[in-house]
Design a protein around this ligand. Sequence first.
Ligand code: GLC
Ligand code: CA
Length: 565
Amino acid sequence: MKPSLRTCFAAVTITISALAHAAPAVQQKADPWWKHAVIYEIYPRSFQDSNGDGVGDINGIASRLDYLHDLGIDAIWITPMYPSPGIDYGYDISDYTAIDPEYGSMADFDRLVAEAKKRNIRVIMDYVINHTSDQHPWFKESRSSRTNPKRDWYIWRDGKAPGQPPSNWQSWFGHSAWQYDEKTKQYYYHYFYVQQPDLNWRNPQVHVAMEDVLRFWMNKGVAGFRIDAVSRLYEDPGLHDDPYAPGTNVYGDRNIIHKYTDNYPQVNDVLKELRRVVDKYPGDPVLVTEADEPNITELTKLYGNGDEVQLPMDFQIADLNKLSAPGFRKLFNEVENNTAHGQPEYFFSNHDQPRQWDRYGDGVHNDQIAKLMATLLLTTRGTPQMYYGEELGMRTTDPARVEDVHDPIGKLGWPKEKGRDGERTPMQWTGSKDAGFTTAQKPWLPIPPSVSSYNVESERKDPNSIFNAYKRLLSLRKTEPALRDGSYRAIDGDDPNIFAFLRQSGSSRVVVALNMSSEPHSIALHLSGAQHAEVLYASPAQKQQSVPVQTLSLEPFGVVIAKLP
Ligand code: GLC
Ligand code: CA
């Protein structure tokens, strides 16, 4: 969600050999792949069109696997490609075990998984379980009569009084979360859009059906799932009204606190079930959650006892929304020390929030800041997640007129809320008018003007481009053991401008320093046994091959990654 709207266990298993006479041996299982992976989110409509209809598709993604491989990507998370009426652009699903013809066929999908595998790229599917489309056969049955066997698969209730919904609960996408259905004279509940009725997770049959969906895709060779909107699965059965907060939201509704519709403890039981299902498959399947949790305590709960989600996305970090050394230090330290010892999952951009180039940029140094954010994402300890085009410095380009808006929340919230089209524009492959994305006259969303200088083709040639910064950082992350799997420790005391930390694996020590201010600053890093460090990466580019660690100087929004002797 846009900020205005919103919103493992270290798999080191130690086995003690119980063999008689033999000295107890300690064996370490290799880390699961996702601990060292870089995940890349693909919004399929916007990545690459292969058949000239202006909409990206599966064969388009397949044709760009070499690009992803060269960049250094280990896994792609593809947002929904299932059959859907497309009200919420795929997040309203009408069949969980098929491919929407707009994106291709099941054979195309199988080929994508196989081709990705050849390049050592895993495929993560989106798993949308809070709600279906109102066009899903389950809902059509459910709404057909009060006695239909699927009636209780959704949440149907009587109004409080004639013309009054069962509670004051609000949809995340504006207005009441209850929709009256004339046919059976009851209301159904929808946390999101009217066309996205919530499934009733208190009905065991829903669990069975949705777990079968996991098996279907696991059998197709996917590597795991990103679970959508997971904290919204349960609501208060007593239908208590949510408390109001002062003011109104972008839709003109009174603000409420979602007290009775979010974060019920039963969510954790569901996560355990889902984990048990995927754990039956080889290859360390991964569960990632969209978890826009308000604080580290709530985020930590999603790891369970190492038996729930391996990678809950950290929205706290993603949504800090300002460059602040103390702010990032605090949040990175918190998640580093999470009491579940879970693996952090970091990102800054996705299909729901304005791109980081604009959000963190100051309007003057945006490209430099993009490189600083890339460093922050790719050098901290955790599993980084990128969003297509962030490696180019793609920016948010909102529609100019309400008639051009696609996203339902932009239609409803205009002009205060322009929706999410701006961060979903086509991938900028070349500097041409169609961005190398499509041969259609009109792509589904317009190509932003920034395409002329921010695109794969031209940035590849420019050693100082954002693209080449990402490439270098991704490659360092793979080749430097300290960056790949080292520990993390903040080493800047409480410096107000510079966030610096040490990554260490065995005797390999790498220091990362980020100046988060528009002024030059230096910092004294007190690191035993080190006077100078060898520069592995610096931006802006530096001439010296080594830097003094006692007075490490950084340009405005400058970055240094250096290896200690
Ligand atoms: C998640 C998705 C978002 C979608 C919503 C409803 O937040 O990321 O795009 O609109 O769920 O499914
Ligand atoms: Ca197409």
